[in-house]
Every structure is written in structure tokens, then in C-alpha cells.
Design a protein around this ligand. Structure first.
Ligand code: FE2
Ligand code: FE2
Length: 281
């Protein structure tokens, strides 16, 4: 069986332009806990260049798509990811201003390698994008299903940032996959790319987290890693509940819209849009 392409149930993809002032976000904005904060900082700081890479990878395949609906979804996907890059870039600048300057170096190297990848291996880049969009969609779904667990301890501006991003990741989760299925519908390629990028992202996040903990002078404290273990693997841990959706990618008939987020999106859309409006006011 081959993977299905597109989905009539694909949700609409509105491009929102939130204005969040991150200047007053405290250094340890996630429950006052250095590990929990820096793990999320690490993730956030990969987004500006990572999401620009997603957009370039999808746009590079755009002229091979003759479906006008998919063309419109590509434009909306690019619009949403552009907004995510903008706000996570503001957050990354805040981190650099706080003294975590090694993040800028890591981003410069990452940008160079990702630009090279789009130019030299466009199909592998598109498959990597679809795979990484699967990871962000899983995280988005968990964050929206269990918002209290993920965001209750966060600074309110940061929790709005993560909820808004999660909503839009769930809205556009099938775009890169549908483009990949039109351009290079290879099961082996997409399976390899998810395995490779899961490992790559894990190493990247742990490196960035360790660097920021080192800058805080708490990297080698036992309490830091005890709390890190609890944050990742504890009963309310960050990684709890992600496995089932993750493994679905490896099924031959996988399609992102087979994981139905419709009611989740319907219940969150008005609440998150209200949050964004009140943040502007
Ligand atoms: Fe995004
Ligand atoms: Fe995305």
C-alpha cells in the first residue's frame, strides 16, 4: 500500500501575526527551573533557522506541484512558519543578550549546513522537513491535549508563544508531507529521514541545553540532572505519551491527517486567538 496524498479533512491554515513582547521574560521562565527552561530554550533557538530551512525545502519543490489547493496550502505554510521564525528569533536574541552567545555560533553553523543541503540535496531536505514536521506535530498535539502539564509553570508570555505555535503546527502538519508524496514518494527515504533527524535533533537540543546550564554554572550539579530526569521522563514528563504517534510514521500507509486533531483545533483556535489579541492590547 502506498501512502495517501492530501486530505479533504486538512484544516484551514490562517496566517496570524501575533505581537508578543518578550523583553520582560525572566531568565528561568519555565517554573524557575534551569533544566526545564534551557531544554525549551534549546528547542526554541533552533526554530528561526530550522523553520526557514523548512520553507526553503518546500518552496524548492513548488514548481513540481500542479494542484492549486496544495499550492495555496504551501503559501499558508510558508506564512505561518515565517511568523514562527520571527518570534522565535526575538526569543533567541533575548537569550544571546542574556549572555548565551554560543547559541549564535551554533545557529550560524546550522544555517550554513541547511542552506547547503537545500541547494545540493533538495529531495532529502524536503524529506527531512516532512519528518521534522511530524515531530513538531506530535509535540503540538501533546501540548494542546495537555496544556496544563506543559505550560502551567511557564511565564504567561512564553506559554502564549508555545500554544500559538502548537496550534499552527497542528494546522499545517500535512503540507510538507503532501508535497513530499508528490515529489519523492519513497518509503525508505522518509523512514531514514525521521530516524536520522530524531537523533540529530536530540543531540542538538542536548548540546544547547548543556551549554546554557554550563553558562549558568549548574551543569555539573546533581540537582540539575535530577530535575532534568523528572522534566523529561517523570510521571508528568515532557516525553510522556509521545511514542505512539511517533511510531505511526513508520507505517507504510501513514498520513499526518490520520491523527485527527479537528476537535482539538476547534476548541483551541478561539482561545489562542483571544490570548494573542490580549497580548497586543
Ligand atoms: Fe513552526
Ligand atoms: Fe511547521
Amino acid at each position: 500500500m502506498t501512502a495517501s496524498i492530501a486530505s479533504p479533512a486538512a484544516p484551514s491554515i490562517p496566517v496570524r501575526h501575533p505581537h508578543l513582547d518578550l523583553s520582560a521574560v525572566p531568565r528561568h521562565w519555565n517554573g524557575g527551573d534551569p533544566f526545564a527552561t534551557h531544554f525549551m530554550n534549546a528547542l526554541s533557538s533552533t526554530f528561526p533557522d530550522g523553520e526557514a530551512f523548512f520553507v526553503k525545502s518546500v518552496m524548492a519543490a513548488r514548481d513540481q506541484i500542479d494542484d492549486p489547493l496544495l499550492q495555496r496550502r504551501i503559501r499558508a505554510f510558508a506564512g505561518q512558519e515565517g511568523q514562527h521564525s520571527r518570534l522565535h528569533d526575538a526569543h533567541t536574541k533575548l537569550l544571546i543578550d542574556q549572555g548565551y552567545t554560543g547559541i549564535a555560533t551554533r545557529n550560524r553553523i546550522g544555517r550554513f549546513l541547511m542552506d547547503l543541503s537545500v541547494r545540493k540535496t533538495p529531495r532529502a531536505s524536503l524529506a527531512a522537513t516532512a519528518a521534522l514536521e511530524h515531530l513538531t506535530a506530535i509535540l503540538a498535539r501533546r501540548l494542546l491535549c495537555e496544556s496544563e502539564r506543559f505550560t502551567a509553570a511557564m511565564d504567561p508570555t512564553m506559554s502564549t508563544l508555545w500554544r500559538w505555535h502548537a496550534l499552527e503546527e497542528a494546522e499545517h502538519k500535512s503540507v510538507a508531507y503532501d508535497v513530499l508524496m508528490r515529489v519523492q514518494p519513497s518509503y525508505a527515504l522518509r523512514v531514514f529521514m525521521l530516524a536520522q533527524n530524531t537523533l540529530g535533533l536530540l543531540v542538538e537540543i542536548l548540546d544547547r541545553t548543556a551549554y546554557m546550564l554550563w553558562k549558568d554554572g549548574v551543569l555539573f550539579r546533581r540537582a540539575t540532572w535530577r530535575s532534568g530526569w523528572r522534566f523529561l521522563f517523570g510521571p508528568q514528563g515532557f516525553l510522556r505519551g509521545m511514542g505512539r504517534d511517533y511510531w505511526r510514521w513508520y507505517r507504510r500507509d501513514f498520513h499526518p491527517d490520520a491523527i485527527d486533531d479537528t476537535s482539538l483545533l476547534e476548541s483551541w483556535r478561539p482561545r489562542i486567538e483571544a490570548e494573542i489579541r490580549s497580548a497586543i492590547a
